[in-house]
Design a protein around this ligand. Structure first.
Ligand SMILES: [Zn+2]
Length: 287
């Protein structure tokens, strides 16, 4: 009986000590965890600052090629419907365009992916998208909108690329893209390979922070793919699909081909002419 009680007491002592030790360890752990979180946050903001300083797409950046900008923000959305700051701009690529009319919609501020965009930035991008679809429709062209979000840790500035293509090819684009996505990356993917965007946009289809590729066809929702292996997924994936459909040379999309200032100016003037009658940044009564 006594032995039994001692045994029990010992057991309790042991448990008490153990509890004490573990809660002390916990306190220490909390401190360490806090410190870790703090240094991670500092590291992240330092990385973000570093990527913003060199960013060629931030509107406030000295690196931005302002002469390639075709349109900025939307007065109609900003002033008349809801008073928010201008959020996005439309510009042409600094290298040789992959197809005539190749352009991109970018947020003015340093945002890294559509999955992290606020509603106001997103809705202004969609306004530009609708305008481009209308503009290319008048030229009997379809267009695809693509976003490639890779290496999330590098925090690169996002761009929604728009590539116009002849209507008969545009009709085929969903088939080509679906096949290319099914064949890309890892054969045994952890995530569903093709995410359907016909009834939900990318922000509701792919969790924030994951690398992905997304394509939409004109005003129709297209597909997204969560990139499983960034080594096996080329950054020019979407352009390669369009380039293949159009029978272009691979050098047109693999690397940027430099373009001189005069040629850049020419394509901007041409694009501005197409854009003017549809310009969504002008209130209807302005024009
Ligand atoms: Zn930026």
């Amino acid at each position: 009986m006594i032995i039994k009680m001692m045994g029990k007491a010992d057991g309790d002592n042991y448990t008490l000590d153990d509890m004490f030790v573990s809660s002390a360890a916990q306190r220490e752990g909390d401190g360490q965890e806090e410190e870790r979180m703090r240094s991670r946050a500092v590291g992240e903001s330092r990385r973000l600052n570093a990527s913003m300083e060199k960013c060629r797409l931030c509107f406030s950046s000295p690196e931005l090629h302002k002469h390639l900008v075709v349109a900025i923000g939307s007065k109609r959305v900003n002033l008349r419907v809801f008073p928010v700051a201008v959020q996005v701009y439309l510009s042409l690529p600094e290298g040789v365009s992959m197809t005539e009319g190749h352009c991109r919609i970018c947020p003015l501020q340093h945002h890294c992916a559509a999955t992290g965009l606020d509603e106001d930035v997103w809705s202004e991008m969609q306004l530009f998208r609708r305008t481009l679809v209308k503009m290319f429709e008048a030229q009997e062209m379809d267009c695809v909108f693509m976003e490639t979000h890779m290496n999330p840790r590098r925090r690169q500035h996002m761009a929604l690329e728009c590539l116009p293509l002849p209507r008969e090819l545009g009709d085929m684009a969903p088939i080509y893209f679906k096949k290319a996505i099914l064949d890309c990356d890892e054969e045994w993917a952890m995530n569903k390979k093709v995410v359907d965007l016909s009834s939900k946009d990318i922000r509701h289809a792919v969790p924030r922070g994951l690398p992905y590729f997304a394509v939409d066809f004109g005003l129709q929702g297209g597909f997204a793919h969560v990139i499983e292996n960034e080594q096996k997924f080329p950054h020019y994936f979407g352009k390669e699909v369009v380039g293949g459909m159009m029978d272009l040379e691979p050098r047109r999309w693999r690397k940027m081909i430099r373009e001189n200032f005069d040629d850049q100016r020419k394509k901007v003037l041409q694009f501005a002419q197409w854009w003017k009658p549809y310009d969504c940044t002008k209130a209807p009564e302005d024009g």
